[in-house]
Design a protein around this ligand. Structure first.
Ligand SMILES: N[C@@H](CCC(=O)N[C@@H](CS)C(=O)NCC(=O)O)C(=O)O
Length: 368
């Protein structure tokens, strides 16, 4: 093979993240639709799990997980890195990837599956993806079946009757904040997209821009976010730069404050729950797998409380900004800590020790 293959779907959040990255980096690839057949013969057969996207590399490795795939490609395609090299920008970029990947799934899933117009669209899309050659009628039947587990995952993520209004309030607030930011700055940290932009584009493109009701909402509420989505999905490859002197625009602070307010406590609780789980379940053998979810915890969005499952994977993502902060030299750390002072809860969380690490191996999460 001379090109990489991106196996995924238009309707898929994380496929959108990787597709935008590949296009920006001008990495040659063909996109293959993750049909039922492709799931069976390639995705499950080669990765052992049922997640998309999967990248089949030009030397025939099968990689899953957008974060790992991007890191692999960053080592091979070094032009226009998406990780800033200066300490504060790098930390902020990593934080916003965690926010997009692991938190904005909540509004993305709420709007897709609780708003009838979006749901009908998504079901049809699932059908079109699974059985591309079938009739529209058959696609609808298959679409209903295939989308069932996704629609059914709302309670798992913490979307319930008690907090849908709050989720919408939070999302509309975020749109306003991002709109102000993107009015002044083309991407999060300048004229080049960073890893944080790719984290945000997943939910903000595949669901919140592309689903019809959500798309109209974004057009009405946040035209500058729409313009950013368009820059992300139709990029000028390899162009642009991060702002000089490790600058992070002031306009990002409300977004980061929102992240630490809403997701921060969930991250902290996840770290504690993983440590607790390990202390009870560790069997002392090497490479012990940790379950995808380990119990549940409560969380608060805009004053509304709900329950969601505890995902150790969220800790794996958090370890990236945590390691970035913990690995800083004295001088950088002092400067960064001063700048983090405007983000309540940020420093406490970055200092909260990760006592039980988790690692990914062969697409499984293991105790480290
Ligand atoms: N962190 C993973 C997440 C991948 C993921 O959750 N993909 C969704 C589709 S957008 C999926 O395949 N979900 C199947 C499931 O949750 O069982 C990544 O970045 O690739």
């Amino acid at each position: 093979m001379t090109k990489h293959q991106l196996i995924g779907a238009e309707v898929s959040l994380y496929t959108g993240k990787l597709r935008c990255y590949l296009q920006y980096k001008k990495i040659p690839f063909d996109e293959v639709v993750a049909s039922g057949e492709v799931y069976r013969d390639t995705i499950i057969a080669r990765t052992g799990v049922r997640y998309i996207p999967v990248l089949i590399t030009d030397d025939d490795q099968a990689l899953q997980d957008t974060t790992e795939i991007i890191d692999y490609l960053e080592r091979r395609y070094v032009e226009a890195p998406v990780y800033p090299s200066t300490p504060f920008q790098k930390l902020i970029a990593l934080l916003l990837e965690v926010y997009g990947d692991e938190w904005l799934v909540i509004p993305a899933m709420h709007y897709r599956w609780n708003i009838e117009e979006n749901k009908d669209f998504a079901v049809a899309e699932f059908g079109r993806t699974s059985v591309p050659d079938a009739s529209a009628e058959e696609q609808l039947i298959v679409g209903k079946k295939m989308s069932g587990p996704f629609a059914g995952s709302l309670p798992v993520l913490g979307v319930s009757d008690t907090n849908t209004k709050a989720i919408e309030t939070s999302y509309l607030g975020l749109l306003k904040e991002l709109d102000r930011h993107f009015k002044a700055t083309p991407f999060l940290l300048g004229t080049r997209p960073c890893i944080g932009d790719f984290g945000l584009i997943g939910p903000l493109y595949a669901h919140l821009y592309r689903d019809p009701y959500s798309g109209r909402l974004m057009q009405e509420q946040a035209p500058n976010v729409v313009a950013w989505v368009n820059r992300m999905i139709n990029p000028d490859p390899l162009t642009g730069d991060f702002l000089p002197d490790d600058q992070v625009p002031e306009t990002l602070m409300p977004v980061l404050q929102r992240m630490f307010r809403e997701q921060g406590p969930v991250i902290r609780s996840t770290l504690d729950r993983v440590a607790e789980w390990a202390s009870v379940n560790a069997d002392g053998k090497a490479e012990q797998e940790i379950s995808r979810a380990i119990g549940s915890h409560t969380f608060t969005v805009e004053g509304a409380e709900a329950e969601r499952l505890v995902f150790p994977y969220c800790q794996w993502m958090w370890q990236r900004p945590y390691d970035c902060y913990q690995g800083m030299n004295e001088e950088n750390r002092t400067t960064v800590e001063r700048r983090l002072a405007v983000l309540p809860g940020a420093l406490e969380l970055l200092r909260h020790p990760v006592t039980q690490r988790v690692v990914r191996k062969n697409n499984r999460l293991l105790l480290g």
